[in-house]
Ligand binder design. Structure first.
Ligand code: ZN
Length: 114
């Protein structure tokens, strides 16, 4: 997430700052202003938090939500795999039904000729 900050903020090189979100363990989701060229390695080291420090309670809530989200993603993957498997089974069963129908028809014909 990166966008230009509406307010007047310039880095040490006089370039407009960008608003970014930190995703470090210490500051998850905490926004800050930084030099736009920081990531390219050529920027100055301008850096200023916008959000207040994150309390330990919020941090632990954040991480428990993150974990819950991850486990629901894992569950979703498992369900998707199962669905794929069931669809494959269904496909094979349909083929069986078709084959049995052909067999039944030929048996019926045999019966008629007898
Ligand atoms: Zn800069």
């Amino acid at each position: 997430m990166e966008k230009e900050f509406d307010g007047d903020c310039r880095c040490y090189y006089g370039v407009h700052c960008v608003l970014k979100t930190s995703w470090t363990d210490e500051n998850p989701g905490r926004m800050f202003l930084g030099c736009p060229n920081y990531r390219d390695g050529g920027g100055c080291n301008y850096f200023d938090w916008i959000d207040p420090p994150i309390s330990n309670r919020k941090k632990s809530t954040f991480f428990s939500l993150l974990r819950r989200n991850e486990s629901s993603e894992v569950r979703q993957h498992r369900i998707e795999n199962k669905l794929e498997f069931v669809e494959g089974e269904m496909h094979m069963l349909r083929a069986d039904v078709d084959r049995l129908e052909v067999e039944r028809q030929s048996l019926e014909e045999n019966l008629r000729t007898l």
